[in-house]
Write a protein that binds this ligand. Structure first.
Ligand SMILES: [Zn+2]
Ligand SMILES: [Zn+2]
Length: 239
């Protein structure tokens, strides 16, 4: 424990941790986020769609508009934060190498959604894979970084070798929702046929239309996975 603390101190001096909200340095004794920055980031809350976890405006509704009108391949999912309150943070996590934010994200996921995630009773956590060339350019897959931090805090194994992305996709913001669906066709290949999970949690950074999650969930269903859940960092409208 002592050694670990010393190593942590040295790392924190060499690579000071950044605040997931304001991106300034967080001192060792300040934890993972500045106290005053905590209130900026908003959890998805309790009034959410029972299928996809999107925040709802009407507490009497059970499902969001999307989930009331269409079928999903996943059983249920939840998001940790409201997208708008965390969009800048997620952007830096994704594109600016702020991998350390994952510790704060996983902490928050456990605090807000720990019992829900535990009730999923999943055998494994699987991050949504990134197309190999894209990941090479970026250096890491942010969904995998979050998955690993969450797996550690929830004590659930993480597997990143089960599925690969076989096709890159056009940036989703360029497309309407039907184009989004066809854009994702055959994007994923389940790699290990001998892996026989029955209950899994998929992890991604953002949930908006759910097209990525549905496509991946569909592939896992075809391979015999019976219960499919997801957890994303941010959820809600991107616009
Ligand atoms: Zn801050
Ligand atoms: Zn929904």
């Amino acid at each position: 424990m002592q050694t670990e603390n010393i190593t942590e101190r040295i790392v924190s001096i060499l690579y000071p941790r950044r605040c997931p909200v304001c991106d300034d340095i967080v001192k060792h004794n300040e934890g993972l986020i500045h106290a005053e920055c905590k209130r900026v980031i908003k959890p998805a809350g309790r009034v959410i769609c029972m299928k996809c976890g999107k925040p709802l405006t009407d507490p009497d509704e059970e499902y969001c508009h999307d989930c009331a009108s269409m079928r999903h391949y996943f059983d249920r999912g939840v998001g940790v934060f409201r997208y708008r309150s965390v969009s800048g943070s997620v952007y830096r996590f994704k594109y600016s190498g702020r991998k350390e934010y994952a510790d704060f994200y996983a902490d928050a996921a456990k605090r807000y959604l720990g019992s829900v995630i535990k009730d999923f009773n999943a055998e494994v956590i699987i991050p949504v894979p990134m197309y190999a060339n894209k990941q090479k350019k970026r250096g890491y897959n942010q969904a995998e970084i979050f998955a690993k931090a969450l797996g550690k805090s929830m004590n659930i194994p993480v597997r990143n070798d089960v599925v690969i992305r076989v096709r890159d996709t056009v940036p989703m913001k360029m497309l309407d929702s039907s184009e989004r669906r066809s854009n994702l066709k055959k994007a994923f290949n389940i790699r290990e046929n001998d892996v026989k999970f029955k209950c899994i949690i998929l992890i991604d950074d953002i949930y908006t239309t759910g097209s990525t999650m549905d496509e991946l969930a569909r592939e896992f269903r075809r391979h015999g996975v019976e219960r499919i859940f997801f957890v994303t960092l941010a959820i809600g409208q991107v616009v």
